[in-house]
Design a protein around this ligand. Structure first.
Ligand SMILES: Nc1ncnc2c1ncn2[C@@H]1O[C@H](COP(=O)(O)OP(=O)(O)O)[C@@H](O)[C@H]1O
Ligand SMILES: [Mg+2]
Length: 263
């Protein structure tokens, strides 16, 4: 082996050793740490279906603000079985990439994983700018996104189900969630997995989270079905507060407005 090859082999072995020792959470958040956006991971919030979320803190010099870091499950640990309904109508322009995704090859799955994260980051960016109550996105790393934290040093905001709302609060939250659904639609987004689990309630305010599967109602043939399901879930949840609405009717009205470009 030439001297140069020997050296390179040594470097690779060293690099592998270094990575093996690094904590996987720190590795996923490396970009945010290196850019000085965060300096500490305070506590894990929750491991969900697709991701684990951590409460992180910015360096004291940058104000010490809290952020949520959502680390997506690696492509090998996620199922893609339910993706089809959300993927229809999404266009991948590069032929080679599109075919790889369709064939679910390893490369295809890697691309899919990336698109999934991009999609959530983009949805949060557009919707936050549009005034929808979603956490403000801050930065994107290879397998994670950093966003506004809903909660404080002690605990994360509970989901809607973890609260006992007064009748007045329930009414306000119901109206705000329906307004948000309408505003999303006006910006060509349907959440697609909306339920009380994906609505956080903190300091009298509801925020919608978890957008990687969101669909574009202009192109996805399942759009109305997904919109109606989202609205039905919300209505069903609020029935416990004696707010009795016909979800189907609300969806049909909204859909008509969307189709007639009146949103
Ligand atoms: N910005 C945030 N602030 C506080 N907690 C959050 C935030 N985003 C997510 N969480 C918590 O992490 C959980 C999982 O996040 P979510 O985006 O719903 O991913 P999953 O697809 O795994 O359900 C949520 O149910 C919520 O408890
Ligand atoms: Mg969720």
């Amino acid at each position: 082996m030439s001297k140069r090859k020997q050296l390179r082999a040594l470097d690779e072995a060293e690099a592998q050793e270094l990575f093996a020792e690094q904590d996987p959470v720190e590795m996923a958040l490396d970009t945010f740490l290196a850019e000085g956006l965060i300096s500490a991971v305070l506590y894990p919030v929750k491991s969900g279906k697709e991701a684990t979320v951590y409460c992180c803190q910015a360096p004291a010099a940058a104000g010490g603000k809290l952020f949520a870091a959502k680390i997506y499950r690696s492509r090998d640990h996620r199922g893609f079985k339910n993706d089809a309904v959300y993927q229809e109508g999404r266009v991948i322009t590069k032929g080679q990439v599109r075919r790889a995704v369709q064939k679910k090859s390893r490369f295809g799955r890697e691309v899919q994983f990336d698109l999934w994260i991009d999609h959530e980051f983009e949805a949060l960016t557009i919707l936050h700018r549009a005034g929808v109550s979603v956490p403000q996105p801050v930065a994107r790393a290879q397998s994670a996104i950093l966003m506004e934290y809903i909660g404080d040093h002690q605990r994360a905001a509970p989901s809607l189900g973890g609260n006992d709302l007064s009748p007045r609060q329930a009414r306000i939250v119901f109206d705000s969630v329906l307004n948000d659904i309408e505003r999303c639609l006006a910006h060509n987004y349907i959440h697609g997995d909306l339920s009380a689990h994906n609505i956080l309630y903190w300091q009298q305010r509801a925020r919608i989270i978890d957008f990687p599967q969101a669909v574009d109602p202009r192109f996805n043939p399942n759009a109305f079905f997904l919109l109606a399901r989202d609205i039905e879930n919300v209505c069903q949840y609020f029935a416990r507060y004696d707010l009795l609405y016909d979800g189907r009717r609300i969806s049909e009205q909204l859909w008509r407005k969307f189709k007639n470009a009146r949103l």
